[in-house]
Design a binder for this molecule. Structure first.
Ligand code: URA
Length: 212
């Protein structure tokens, strides 16, 4: 059961169908990559429902009418390296003029806390709409640290999207960042002893990039 108002599962038969193929261990990295991007696009479709836009006039062959222009260049996709990269193309398809920041995180050997080894986002974070992207919300550690860093730099408008979330990661993230809306294609059962999501899809980075 989901007790967090800021956590949303985008439930649709097409998403469930594609996610089933993604989970299948027989799916190779080429198809896996295509499907991760496709499901990313579908989840982002819902996440961007309130994307900033303005009314503009447009002349059809018949008459002038009012249309809409999305303010895509103020949207910043922030894939968490490396698996987050696997969803960027699917999101760029939806918002072609979005900017892209990058976050590389690793675990500090002594504190065991996630720390950045790479962090690059556009200037004026206070004016931007950030979408943090990672296919897996497992423990929530890297997602929490990324949102913390964006907020420290002045960002106030942040969303997070993933394909599969574990209840442990949802609780951890939503407790720390109740103001950040989280979108997932599935809420799975739990984490196993190695912090992999069950049933999950295995290691998203390895499956995306064929590194196993
Ligand atoms: N990261 C992955 O790639 N898979 C998991 O199941 C959890 C974290």
């Amino acid at each position: 059961m989901n007790k967090y108002n800021n956590f949303h599962v985008v439930d649709h038969p097409l998403i469930r169908h594609k996610l089933t193929l993604i989970r299948d261990k027989k799916t190779g990295h080429q198809l896996f990559r295509e499907l991760v991007n496709e499901v990313g696009t579908l989840v982002a479709f819902e996440l961007t429902r309130d994307i900033p836009s303005q009314n503009i006039s447009v002349e059809t062959p018949i008459m002038e009418t009012t249309g809409v222009k999305v303010d895509g260049k103020n949207v910043v996709l922030v894939p968490i390296l490396r698996a987050g990269l696997g969803m960027v193309d699917g999101l760029i398809k939806l918002i072609p003029n979005a900017r892209v920041g990058y976050v590389g995180m690793e675990r500090d050997e002594t504190t065991h806390e996630p720390v950045h080894y790479y962090f690059k986002i556009p200037k004026k974070p206070e004016d931007r709409h950030f979408i943090i992207v990672d296919p897996m919300l497992a423990t929530g550690g890297t997602a929490i640290a990324t949102a913390n860093s964006l907020k420290e730099l002045g960002a106030t408008q942040i969303k997070f999207m993933c394909l599969i979330a574990a209840p442990e990661g949802v609780s951890a993230f939503c407790e720390v960042h109740p103001d950040v809306q989280v979108y997932a294609a599935s809420l799975d059962e739990k984490l196993n002893e190695n912090k992999y999501i069950v049933p999950g899809l295995g290691d998203a980075g390895d499956r995306l990039f064929g590194t196993k």
